[in-house]
Write a protein that binds this ligand. Sequence first.
Ligand code: BG6
Ligand code: MG
Length: 226
Amino acid sequence: MKGVLFDLDGVIADTSIYHFQAWRKLIKDHFSLNLPNELEQQTKGVSRADSLKAILNFLNINVSKEQFEQLAAEKNQTYQKLLNNLTPKDILPGIQKLINDFKSHDVKLSLASASLNAPLILEKLDLRQDFDAIANPNEVKLGKPAPDIFLQAAKEIDVQPKDCVGIEDSIAGINAINSAGSLSIGVGEKEELNKAKLLFPTTADLNYSQIEMAWEQASAKLDNFE
Ligand code: BG6
Ligand code: MG
């Protein structure tokens, strides 16, 4: 195991809640509608534009290209306001220890977030210096569930995807890691993240030794197969 590809929202900090709050406010303000909870998982890990498409599609709302751009920008403004108060105290339980464990085992850290706000968030959490690379979602063709952002994140630390593990809280993200050929580690519920190769209920349960063991087992299986 030479690299770890981290998702950000919902794994490193609880910002996925803020994303959905911002979408809720946008739809309420513009269309006087309440967004159902089921849309939260559908928009997790998915780019800003794809999330808005999914929401409008679900609500059967058509908008012009200009209005679409304006709605996406307004959502981001609300989201950034919610990020204002973010401090290192908002790092989710267990994450700092896990980061330290990866670093002390010489595993390189790369960020594979779909969020264009990721560099800002890492700065606010005082974690920027812990990461060897941040993959830029603007530089990849397809968003999650396509593997592109994870492949890019691995490339930026000069590690083969098969020598990496990826950590995710979304269904789209787990599918992306599996397609990239890295070992997928889910944080969340079994019913939702059933395609994760290793699953922890919460970030506080994440455990370096278990991750390393799972990676060793998976790579031994691959070697036997070859
Ligand atoms: C992902 C979130 O990390 O980033 C999604 O899980 C979000 O909910 C996506 O839509 C894009 O984020 P941003 O900050 O660029 O709007
Ligand atoms: Mg996430």
